[in-house]
Ligand binder design. Sequence first.
Ligand SMILES: [Zn+2]
Length: 163
Amino acid sequence: MARAVTPRPKEPKEPKQAKEPKQAKEPKQAKDPKKPKEPAPVAFCSFCRRPDTEVKRLVAGPGVYICDGCVALCAELVGTGRVGPRRGEAGGGRPRRAPWEQDLGPEEVLAWLPQVAAAAGQVEENLAGWVGKARALGVTWARIGEALGMTRQSAWERFSGEG
Ligand SMILES: [Zn+2]
């Protein structure tokens, strides 16, 4: 069903009007009934992937976000002790394992892949945004590279969009 919509260019009434791009663009957006009126999401909860436009609060961390719903769930889990024994408690101190090392079936593992990829994409987008902010503030590529533990050249190639 998704198809590219190619708006038909309007025939200019006068040659002088056709040269003004603003007059040609505005009617196109107004005629699109599928265009949502709500602002586009700025960020998504890194845990449940809900956009900021659908949650009450989205708390930001370094490249990650958590919504009020996920905070409530976390508080419940921590409060009830369902997260398991802590270090120093009975049953605690077991060798800790990465989430992907736990006993999961193929479908469970596959379900995690797009979630992790989406979270990683958002983190990468955030990092590029912060680097862009640094550049806008006049920070050199050398200092950005130093902050990220990479060379000036590597930083430029990764974030400048010109590499
Ligand atoms: Zn969430």
